[in-house]
Design a protein around this ligand. Structure first.
Ligand SMILES: CC(C)(COP(=O)(O)OP(=O)(O)OC[C@H]1O[C@@H](n2cnc3c(N)ncnc32)[C@H](O)[C@@H]1OP(=O)(O)O)[C@@H](O)C(=O)NCCC(=O)NCCS
Length: 374
């Protein structure tokens, strides 16, 4: 029989600071007014486009987001700055991203009843790493005292699920017995707080999961991974051009196209059917139908996307209990959303219950795991 591989621990860490929609909108609107006043003449001559006003009502209706966590609030709402203030740390200090990774990892290890000595591999998988090298994963490995090896992976919105896929494969291949997958989604430095279309989308968070062989798992809540499934399809509809190449390209490394930007409506239309088909195909591998799934831990970008995907799968709306929503509190946390949904909503499942953990977004990339509670 093939090796049984499980998720035995999950950790969710959030920063202490939040920004509500009202706070965000009043800062953006004040910035837009001041921008328009400063460019009045060019706007009147149609040489510059006036910045439109944002609205909390629109944000909540269009996305379901009510607030977001932020690693450092200072600076982000200051209309003379419009980006968080995060002092650079020295090369001998723990990096910001490693610090939040360790917060989530510690929680996941504790839930899995595991210590550093049990872990073979650390994967840090997220939408951005704060430097190219040495890998954040190796820094985390050193700080936690883990032997073996670590590496970083970037797969945008599907970084967490794709990281778990790699962990699953390593355990199946026998190259590791226990893998720590961490998603320190420190996204606020990449948000354009002066862009009405995207200033509300993201929040900071860190999540982590522990994957191991079923035979070594001793945690209270253990989920067997029945299988994994991944899909990518190239699209520039969600993009960041931030790059080490900017220096040689002689371009502004912080220009608007170097920050997160997207064609949100196109993404919505194209990704929903792709994700629903993907999940249906994945379930059919196990002769399961959507109606057999007790819980949907879906990517958390937009509540309307999740409603639509569930409707396509179930032929009806899913209840909040069946498909938990965390984006009202956390906003879009890049790859961590489905892991937060799982972390906060899994303990009530009964032995034999099935669940689907699925991410979808930039790339495009879709990653799913079909789980069964042990
Ligand atoms: C981003 C998103 C919430 C926007 O919602 P939407 O319903 O598609 O809204 P649209 O972009 O079509 O904009 C509708 C109108 O509201 C306006 N609008 C956009 N942002 C606004 C804001 N903050 N406040 C007020 N109005 C706003 C638009 O300019 C547009 O005006 P127009 O009709 O006069 O042109 C939604 O498209 C989305 O979530 N898409 C999926 C994105 C995704 O999953 N991305 C993954 C990221 S990792």
């Amino acid at each position: 029989m093939a090796e049984q591989i499980v998720i035995s621990g999950v950790g969710v860490w959030n920063p202490e600071f939040t920004i509500t929609n009202d706070e965000l909108v009043s800062s953006y609107n004040a910035w837009a007014e001041s921008y328009n006043a400063a460019h009045r003449e060019q706007i009147d001559q149609n040489k510059v486009t006036a910045k439109p006003q944002s609205s909390s009502e629109f944000i909540e209706k269009a996305s379901g987001i009510k607030q977001r966590y932020i690693y450092q609030k200072e600076g982000a709402l200051d209309i003379d700055r419009m980006r968080p203030t995060i002092p650079e740390r020295g090369e001998d200090e723990l990096s910001d991203q490693a610090q939040i990774a360790i917060e989530a990892a510690t929680k996941a290890l504790e839930q899995a009843n595991k210590s550093a000595a049990d872990v073979d591999v650390v994967i840090v998988s997220c939408a951005y790493t704060q430097r190219a090298y040495p890998a954040i994963a190796i820094e985390v490995q050193e700080a936690l005292g883990i032997e073996g090896f670590g590496f970083d992976m970037l797969v945008a919105c599907s970084a967490a699920t794709f990281g778990m896929h790699r962990a699953y494969e390593m355990i199946a291949a026998g190259t590791a017995a226990c893998v720590l997958v961490i998603n320190p989604e420190l996204v606020s430095p990449q948000v354009n707080y002066t862009d009405r279309d995207s200033h509300f989308i993201f929040g900071d968070v860190a999540t982590a999961t522990v994957l191991e062989k079923a035979e070594t798992a001793t945690a209270d809540h253990v989920y067997e991974i029945l299988s994994t499934k991944a899909l990518t399809k190239y699209s520039s509809n969600i993009r960041s051009n931030f790059s080490y190449m900017s220096r040689a390209n002689d371009v502004d490394p912080y220009g608007p196209d170097k920050l997160f930007h997207q064609a949100g409506r196109k993404v919505f239309k194209e990704v929903c059917p792709l994700a629903a088909d993907h999940i249906e195909q994945h379930l059919s591998r196990h002769e399961l139908k959507p109606a057999d799934v007790r819980r949907w831990w879906l990517h958390q970008a937009n509540i309307n996307m999740n409603t639509l995907i569930c409707k396509r799968l179930l032929g009806r709306e899913a209840s909040r209990e069946e498909a938990p929503i965390v984006l009202d509190e956390y906003a879009n946390t890049a790859s961590a959303g489905s892991v937060i949904a799982f972390g906060l909503n899994h303990k009530d499942l009964k032995s034999g219950d099935h669940g689907v953990l699925c991410s979808f977004g930039a790339g495009y990339s879709i990653g799913s795991l079909v789980l069964k509670k042990r």
